[in-house]
Design a binder for this molecule. Structure first.
Ligand SMILES: CC(C)(COP(=O)(O)OP(=O)(O)OC[C@H]1O[C@@H](n2cnc3c(N)ncnc32)[C@H](O)[C@@H]1OP(=O)(O)O)[C@@H](O)C(=O)NCCC(=O)NCCS
Length: 160
């Protein structure tokens, strides 16, 4: 069911705490079907590097989906051709929020004349990215704090 009351806006630095809360909640609730508790713990611990998040909020094309002043999704584009974040609130899944955020990110990449869009995609999000026309380049295993985390390097050619 599409939610027409959702609006999209650019992020502000003051959104950081709510973005990080939603990031942890989404991964803990939605990705737990594909990742172990240890993997979830390592993945969500990336919020501890506050400066890295501030840098991303400041330098990336960073969008927020909002409903009644509450953040229900966020997405970001780095370097005009790398989709870095795409997360939707656990209680607002399958309402077309990622679709809207993604379409805006792709449009920005095209405006910036990028030929391809790449991302490192979770097991959980792979089907969404396939639906949006991405193909898998390779399965990759990252080791963070001694824990293996699998994701996929995916790419989409953009029509110019
Ligand atoms: C992946 C994610 C961003 C999708 O967000 P969403 O708002 O629920 O997606 P949408 O409602 O816009 O989905 C659009 C279409 O994508 C496809 N799709 C989305 N999620 C899917 C899933 N889990 N399985 C299969 N297809 C899926 C469907 O075709 C869907 O259309 P439909 O609902 O009419 O069938 C969301 O599930 C999420 O936050 N996942 C956890 C975080 C994560 O792993 N992020 C990616 C890090 S790289």
């Amino acid at each position: 069911m599409k939610n027409s009351k959702i609006s999209i806006r650019h992020s502000k630095l003051s959104d950081l705490a709510e973005i990080q809360r939603m990031f942890v909640d989404t991964i803990s609730a939605i990705c737990k079907v594909d990742y172990s508790p240890e993997q979830i713990k390592v993945w969500t611990s990336s919020i501890e590097n506050t400066q890295r998040w501030i840098d991303k909020l400041s330098s990336q094309y960073f969008l927020i989906a909002e409903l009644d002043n509450k953040i229900v999704g966020f997405a970001s584009l780095g370097n005009n051709d790398y989709l870095d974040f795409l997360y939707v609130h656990k209680d607002y899944q399958r309402q077309g929020i990622a679709d809207r955020l993604y379409n805006d990110i792709e449009a920005e990449a095209i405006r910036k004349e990028s030929k391809v869009l790449t991302s490192d995609v979770s097991i959980t999000a792979k089907a969404f990215f396939e639906k949006k026309g991405f193909r898998t380049i390779q399965k990759q295993t990252k080791i963070i704090k001694n824990i293996e985390i699998v994701n996929y390097k995916m790419v989409k050619k953009l029509l110019q």
